[in-house]
Design a protein around this ligand. Structure first.
Ligand code: BG6
Length: 480
């Protein structure tokens, strides 16, 4: 067999990723309703709100809400997409704001202005030959549904989500081919308000609420897949995991066992979406937790018959765990608590940098599911210091991406993993999901705005802009 260690497949989908809630702004424009993210302030209250522990269902004057304007993609999408086109993007991952299309979530008719906005955005992408990759919900629930039915804790959400899917699949069937049902579906366990609009009541069994909500999302995801196939058999539907393998702190079997358990917490969701049933270990886990999931007749069949076409995931870092309670020393890492790995460096936010971990993660996912993978998030959140023209010498970002792309190519060429594309996160600077900051930047394009909302919103190219353009242009062969 001919071996070419440096090639990626023809048609590989290079691009970048964003989410409506972190870049659109225009939070009440065009008849949009209030979304979960719109009541998430920056500052010390953000995390407890995101966890569903602090109930703040309305905006107030004391807090600053970064999503309200974000980077104003709502008005500037043409300029932004033109820059993506200039970089040679083949694909642009974005999400729909549910409340832009159904302002309350339970409306009978969709909001034409919201639908028209996404028509315009997709047309703009297609003008540059950019394929849209659409996340149906990315940390985004209409607040009306949170207030009236408690969001995904209610089974009614499945119906409202189905209604959304019917509308968008029909409307955009000739413009969009690639869809993701839920962003980082496993985030529901870690940031339940962000992931699923859950706010907990005093004294309730939070774990039970989370797994019930997870069941509803899993059913909704399978139903979306079913609807999609009816409307356009050409559609490709993916699930989306916040990935990153968990390493064992030592070779003590207890540590290795613990790391397997940790990984299963996340695999659980994808096991259902990709294999079509609750795995036995999950059934046992629920049993031990005394959780009786409420299932409807036909649920098992829906899950079994509507599995996804591909597995998409975000990867920022690997994780490390120990069974020994005396081992301490945690660091941050895409919300998942992890021990510090002494072999790895970390970002300014403590997220550990592990390119080989990407190859390990890709191999684990591919071995497990045997379906094509799509890396839909990866990148380095860093503080940038622009010159007076907004130019940033972001060699640190280039280094991070270069090493990860090398690892990704190794997984493809050395290990035979099937990979559809690579869309690094926050290709244009946007609001951080976890902290609400602007200064945690991922982009190739700098946006002049600070944590307090000051700035001209002017866009400028960073050094990484030209670098990434060359990477795409050579299909990943020239990474220098
Ligand atoms: C992922 C999310 O968890 O990580 C994105 O899908 C998020 O929405 C990204 O922005 C990076 O995290 P953060 O907290 O640095 O914005």
């Amino acid at each position: 067999m001919m071996k070419n260690a440096n090639k990626l497949p023809k048609g590989f989908l290079w691009g970048g990723a964003t989410a409506a809630n972190q870049c659109e702004g225009g939070y009440l424009e065009g008849n949009k309703g209030l979304s979960t993210v719109d009541v998430m302030p920056s500052g010390k209250d953000r995390f407890p709100v995101g966890m569903g522990k602090l109930k703040m269902l309305e905006c107030d004057k004391e807090h600053y809400y970064p999503s309200h304007e974000a980077i104003d993609f709502y008005h500037r999408y043409k300029e932004d997409i033109a820059l993506f086109g200039e970089m040679g993007f083949k694909c642009f991952r974005l999400s729909l704001s549910w409340a832009r299309i159904f302002p309350n979530g339970d409306d009978i008719e969709p909001n034409e202005e919201g639908l028209k906005f996404y028509d315009d955005v997709f047309d703009e992408c297609l003008k540059y030959g950019i394929e849209p990759l659409v996340t149906i919900t990315h940390f985004d629930v209409p607040m009306h549904l949170v207030k009236t039915i408690g969001s995904w804790r209610s089974r009614k959400m499945v119906d409202y989500y189905e209604r959304l899917c019917e509308v968008i699949f029909n409307r955009y069937k000739n413009k969009v081919k690639y869809w993701l049902t839920f962003n980082e579906i496993n985030m529901l366990l870690h940031l339940p308000f962000i992931g699923a609009g859950l706010v907990f009541e005093e004294g309730e069994n939070e774990v039970a609420v989370k797994y019930q909500a997870a069941h509803h999302q899993l059913i909704a995801s399978a139903k979306a897949t079913q609807i999609a196939r009816k409307i356009n058999p050409e559609f490709k539907i993916g699930c989306m995991l916040a990935a990153g393998n968990t390493y064992a702190n030592t070779c003590a079997p207890e540590d290795v066992w613990r790391s397997m358990e940790k990984d299963r917490e996340n695999y659980f969701f994808i096991d259902v979406q990709s294999r079509g049933e609750y795995p036995n270990y999950a059934k046992k886990m629920l049993e031990k937790l005394n959780i009786n999931l409420e299932m409807e007749a036909g649920d098992e069949e829906i899950l079994r018959n509507n599995t996804v076409d591909f597995i998409s995931f975000s990867y920022y870092s690997s994780r490390l765990t120990s069974a020994d309670p005396k081992v301490i020393g945690e660091t941050e890492g895409n919300v998942f608590a992890t021990l510090k790995n002494p072999y790895l460096k970390a970002s300014e936010w403590g997220w550990q940098i592990d390119p080989l971990g990407l190859r390990i993660t890709m191999n684990s996912l591919y071995d497990r599911y045997q379906k094509p993978l799509f890396i839909v998030e990866n990148g380095l959140g860093a503080v940038d210091n622009p010159d007076e023209n907004g130019y940033v010498e972001d060699d640190y970002r280039i280094d991070y991406l270069k090493e990860h792309i090398k690892a990704m190519k190794d997984a493809v060429n050395e290990d035979g993993v099937e990979l559809m594309g690579y869309t690094p996160w926050g290709c244009i600077d946007l609001v951080s999901a976890s902290t609400g900051e602007m200064k945690k930047r991922y982009g190739f394009i700098y946006v002049d705005k600070d944590n307090e909302g000051n700035g001209t919103l002017k866009r400028s190219k960073k050094k990484s802009f030209e670098w990434y353009k060359k990477v795409i242009n050579t299909n990943g062969e020239d990474l220098e």
